[in-house]
Structure formats: structure tokens, C-alpha cells
Design a protein around this ligand. Structure first.
Ligand SMILES: [Zn+2]
Length: 324
């Protein structure tokens, strides 16, 4: 039985159960928090709040969340360990990789093939270490890789990160989630680079594919073997829930239930609105919460003709296959 690394240790893939494949616990930049400490950021309150929100999610039947928070989004594994210990009924799977829309972090700018410090790309070794030895001395291993191809496409920095992620995948077999921009169809660019690098595309989630309702485009991604991340339920500003549901139902009807996973891409707290996360989320996207899928979306999918078996395929079997 293959196992998956989670924050609390390895879990049999059969134990993943219902899995939301793209949820953040916290998106908070450590240096930004220095402005919030003593003000809008209260570490103890936020950890307790996360335990409560994730406990409520587990009570809906979700057994696992897959958290693609990496460098660039403020990954902090010790904080996640505190949350995980408070909600042991929920598996939390964490990632390695880099979240950058354009340029590399300066820490990789001058090291690599042909650069000031001419050497093999150190990003690959750093990602592999997170996957095989653990992250930052915590002993918590990442179970998947994350990168981005946004509207700017394959800028030199983005391309180098994607190739480093691909090489870490080839070395370890760890699956990949790539954040894409569905409106510029950047998922196609990402899959092309991964294919060149020998990535097993059945181990790739094209994140945020569900922002698109272009069935031909979505089928062209899925026909490579990749999995479509229908993963921003509640973010109606990109695509409202009824349209997301109709698109999934249409793809199920065409035989693609084994090529989709579901999620919200929400968080217990994001610092993009300073300290005003809960108020901003409520005002901008009131359904952008962990329980929207279970409270509203699953029934809407059933009404649109999606069977319980297809829902189980998207929530249980596809995540299990991705991590097997
Ligand atoms: Zn995300």
C-alpha cells in the first residue's frame, strides 16, 4: 500500500478519503506579519481559528486537505504542525516548490548552470530534500510539488522553476500541482514544458482550470492525461458556482470524471487584505469557505446530472491515484 506524507506522518493512500485538492491553511508572508504582530495578527487566535474551521470541515466528511502553500505564499510548517495537532481527524498534505509569476527569488538568481556560481540548479536539490528528508528540520515531508504559469507565460524565471519542479518529480515521482491562468490558457504551456522534461502528466493537476468554461480547452488539457483542478469554488469573481457546476457536469457527461478534482483554494487566513481577511472574504466572495462544496455544490452537481459515483471519483479516487 503506497503511503502519503502528511503533517502528522505517513498515511496509507486508502486513508485519504474525501480530499480537497487545493486548500491553503494560511497564506501569510512572514515579513508582512511583522507589521501585524501586536495588531491584526494574533498567532494564538489564528491557530485556534484554523483548528475550528478545519474541524468543521472534517465534520462534513472531508478526511484530507492538500495545501499548496510554498515559498512565495508564506509556508510555515511549525505553524501548520500546531494546527494539524489540533485537528488530527484531518490529514494535511504539504508541498514544496515556488510561487512566482515572473522573476526568480534573488536566492536562486545567481546560482545555477552558466550563472555567477556555475553549478547544477540548486532548486532541484532543495525541492527533493523537502520531499525526501523533510522541511526545515521539522521532519515533515512535502508530498507534492507546486509551481506557477500565470498570464505572463513562461518568463525565464517561471520556466526555470517549472523545469526544476519537473526534474524533482522525475527524481522522486512526487506529483505536481501547477497554478495556471485559465483565461490565458497557460495550462497548455505548463504541460508542454512538463512533457519535454519527461513528467508523467497523469501526476499533474492543472490548478484553476475550473475558472474556464471552455470545454474544448479543458478537454485538450485532460486528453494529455493531466487532472483538471476544479478548485476555486466560491471565487465567483473568476467564475460563478452555477457555471463551474455546469462545466463539470458537461465534462462528466463526456467521460472526464476521472480527470477532475474539486476544491475551493480558500484559507483560514490570508494576509492579502492586511488583517481584514474575514471581512473581505465575506464582502467579496461569501461562499469562498471550506464548506461551500459540501453545503451547496455537491447537490448542485447531482441536480445537473452528476452521479454519486462520479462525485466519489472526483473527491476520493482521483486524489488517491494522484498520490499513488
Ligand atoms: Zn492556491
Amino acid at each position: 500500500m503506497p503511503t502519503v506524507s502528511t503533517v502528522l506522518g505517513p498515511v496509507d493512500v486508502d486513508g485519504l478519503g474525501q480530499t480537497l485538492m487545493h486548500e491553503h491553511v494560511f497564506v501569510v508572508a512572514p515579513e508582512h506579519l511583522d507589521y501585524g504582530r501586536g495588531g491584526w495578527w494574533d498567532e494564538e487566535h489564528r491557530v485556534a481559528d484554523a483548528i475550528a474551521k478545519l474541524g468543521a470541515l472534517a465534520a462534513k466528511g472531508v478526511r484530507t486537505i492538500v495545501d499548496p502553500t510554498v515559498w512565495g505564499l508564506g509556508r510555515d510548517i511549525p505553524r501548520i504542525q500546531r494546527v494539524a495537532a489540533g485537528v488530527p481527524e484531518l490529514n494535511i498534505v504539504v508541498a514544496t516548490g515556488l510561487y512566482a509569476f515572473d522573476e526568480l527569488p534573488h536566492q536562486y538568481e545567481h546560482r545555477g548552470p552558466g550563472l555567477l556560481l556555475d553549478m547544477p540548479d540548486p532548486m532541484v536539490d532543495d525541492f527533493v530534500r523537502d520531499l525526501t528528508e523533510g522541511i526545515g528540520g521539522t521532519g515533515v515531508k512535502a508530498a507534492f510539488l507546486k509551481c506557477v504559469v500565470e498570464a505572463k507565460g513562461l518568463t525565464p524565471g517561471v520556466e526555470r522553476i517549472c523545469r526544476a519542479v519537473a526534474r524533482a518529480h522525475v527524481r522522486t515521482g512526487a506529483p505536481v500541482t501547477v497554478h495556471t491562468n485559465a483565461f490565458t490558457r497557460s495550462g497548455t504551456l505548463a504541460l508542454d514544458v512538463f512533457a519535454q522534461e519527461g513528467v508523467d502528466l497523469t501526476k499533474v493537476v492543472v490548478g484553476h482550470a475550473g475558472d474556464s468554461n471552455d470545454l474544448d480547452h479543458l478537454m485538450s488539457l485532460a486528453d494529455t492525461g493531466a487532472v483538471l483542478g476544479m478548485d476555486r469554488f466560491g471565487l465567483d469573481i473568476y467564475n460563478p458556482t452555477p457555471q463551474r457546476v455546469a462545466t463539470i457536469a458537461a465534462l462528466c457527461e463526456r467521460g472526464y470524471a476521472d480527470r477532475m478534482v474539486l476544491s475551493h483554494d480558500t484559507a483560514c487566513f490570508m494576509d492579502y487584505f492586511g488583517g481584514a481577511w474575514d471581512e473581505a472574504r465575506e464582502r467579496i466572495a461569501p461562499n469562498w469557505r471550506y464548506d461551500h462544496i459540501h453545503d451547496d455544490v455537491l447537490d448542485a452537481l447531482r441536480e445537473a446530472g452528476v452521479s454519486d459515483g462520479q462525485i466519489e471519483q472526483m473527491l476520493v479516487f482521483n486524489p488517491r491515484r494522484y498520490f499513488s
